[in-house]
Design a protein around this ligand. Structure first.
Ligand code: HXC
Ligand code: NAP
Length: 293
């Protein structure tokens, strides 16, 4: 058994129809591959149809599953509605939505134009709202049940983070939506959860968050207590579990998968990790001495 292997039983997502936004690249592609392997049919959607079509072709050949590429800019509610209707046409119905599409880049906030800030909010927050609302309206009006929404969050949804402020602001909103609708829509048979990943190397994220020599100067991996990045299959395993019926009683949860990264950053004394054993001998004598003074 390895962490880079699929975790669920074969057929765990059989006959489930899934929309993955941003499914042509990175983590969206990794989740899509695993969903297909588990027997789901998947619509992948984003702005670059050529990228989506290449991914769909590759993953269909690899898994033998059905993967449909549909163009959609999630910023536009009209485009989202049209995409959802086409997905229903292609698959018959939709059971699961994965709000994975995102935009992000590092920048001091005062350097951003209003439009730069708005662009990220529109993709991440409004994009997730648009897809959730368009599908939720159909599910509720047609009294369809056993539906699931999975949102890609981040650990800075609750800690906040400098230099990615539009993303942090938007992802915090996504988390609030997750928890709010998990309660409000449970009565319609809709569950809603989120994943907060730590660093999982993808071209999309690394080009924008660790450009040039930032990879060496600010090594993200050093911030992770387990001293490694996440494996895409580890995230795909968690996502597949959270959208499957195995997690039927999990609702309104955000599951962190970050090797302990955010807690290390939060712990006030975590920087003592580099103190050597012989130094601890000396420190212990000092701290014990404090008792008698
Ligand atoms: C400052 C910038 C900028 C930059 C764009 N803008 N890049 N400002 N620094 N690096 C400004 C533009 O000048 C413009 O403002 C506004 O932002 C919109 O830019 P466009 O290029 O017109 O937008 P668009 O074509 O929609 O592209 C969106 C994008 C782009 C976010 C800027 O990078 C993109 O397509 N990203 C998608 C993939 C992605 O970001 N993946 C990373 C996900 S990682 P003006 O005022 O000039 O009009 C993630 C979490 C990772 O989410 C956490 C890791 C631990
Ligand atoms: P990625 O490969 O860049 O994925 C982002 C996807 O979003 C792309 O496929 C992109 O496709 C799509 N997208 C962007 N704008 C869109 C729009 N307006 N409409 C529709 N689709 C759009 O990055 P990733 O690393 O895999 O990130 C996937 C998710 O994980 C994101 O939600 C991200 O915030 C989250 N996350 C990642 C990490 C990490 O370490 N990688 C950590 C924490 C959270 P197009 O360009 O074709 O539109």
């Amino acid at each position: 058994m390895k962490n880079t292997e699929g975790m669920l039983q074969p057929g765990a997502l059989k006959d489930r129809n899934i929309i993955v936004t941003g499914g042509g690249t990175g983590l969206g592609k990794a989740m899509t591959r695993y969903f297909l392997q588990l027997g789901a049919r998947v619509v992948i959607t984003s702005r670059k149809l050529d990228v989506l079509e290449a991914t769909a072709k590759e993953l269909e050949a690899e898994t033998g599953g059905k993967c449909v590429a549909l163009h959609c800019d999630v910023k536009s509610y009209d485009e989202v509605e049209a995409m959802v209707n086409k997905a229903i046409e292609a698959l018959g119905s939709v059971d699961i939505l994965v709000n994975n599409a995102a935009g992000n880049f590092i920048s001091p906030t005062e350097r951003l134009s209003a439009n730069a800030f708005k662009s990220i909010i529109d993709i991440v927050l409004n994009g997730s709202i648009n897809c959730t609302l368009a599908l939720g309206k159909i599910w509720i009006a047609q009294k369809q049940t056993n539906k699931v929404v999975l949102n890609m969050s981040t650990t800075y949804s609750w800690t906040g983070s400098g230099f990615v402020v539009p993303s942090a602001t938007a992802k915090a909103g996504v988390l609030a939506m997750t928890r709010s609708l998990a309660v409000e829509w449970a009565r319609y048979g809709i569950r809603m959860n989120a994943i907060a990943p730590g660093p999982f190397p993808t071209k999309g994220a690394w080009d924008r968050l660790a450009p040039g020599d930032f990879k060496e100067r600010f090594d993200l991996i050093k911030r992770v207590p387990l001293r490694r990045a996440g494996e895409h299959q580890e995230l795909a395993n968690l996502a597949a579990y959270l959208v499957s019926d195995y997690s039927a009683y999990i609702n309104g949860e955000v599951v962190t998968i970050d090797g302990g990264e955010w807690l290390q950053g939060a712990g006030e004394f975590s920087m003592f990790e580099g103190v050597k054993p012989e130094e601890w001998d000396f420190i212990e004598s000092m701290t014990r001495k404090a008792k008698s003074e």
